[in-house]
Write a protein that binds this ligand. Structure first.
Ligand SMILES: [Zn+2]
Length: 139
């Protein structure tokens, strides 16, 4: 008995039929590539944390998460038809995409120091580099 048969008895015949029909081996390569991207995100995050000497999640982490997850989802849907792979990757694009939106929105809202052009967080009152008074919120 496979995991699919155990967890999803009503549709396991459909999955078995789809599996018997076979899939293009390219989907397996897509899935492996997706898994490699997904693993690479941990290396990127670890490197960024070691470099900054504090726990940090760089934007590359979210791009690798999104790309890896979508490739694994494609592989699960069109290749292996494995429900574990499909369910594992069917919804996590939502927080990955949301984190990217929030990141780029935050980047856009950063203030540029009139004194030295350093970018500061949206709520900063003073430039960390030169002490010039900033106007958070554009006010
Ligand atoms: Zn400054």
């Amino acid at each position: 008995m496979t995991v699919n048969q155990l967890l999803f008895p009503p549709i396991s015949p459909l999955l078995a039929a789809a599996a018997a029909a076979g899939s293009h081996p390219a989907w397996e390569i897509v899935g492996v590539l997706g898994a490699m991207l997904f693993v690479a995100r941990f290396l990127v995050q670890w490197y960024a944390t070691e470099k900054q000497k504090q726990v940090t999640v760089p934007v590359g982490f979210w791009w690798l998460s999104l790309a890896g997850s979508l490739l694994m989802l494609g592989s699960g849907v069109f290749g292996s038809r494995n429900l574990v792979v499909i369910i594992s990757n069917a919804f996590n694009w939502i927080p990955f995409t949301r984190n990217l939106v929030i990141h780029y929105r935050h980047q856009q809202e950063r203030q540029s120091c009139p004194g030295c052009a350093l970018k500061s967080p949206p709520q900063a009152r003073y430039c960390a580099a030169c002490g010039t008074k900033l106007s958070p919120g554009g006010g």
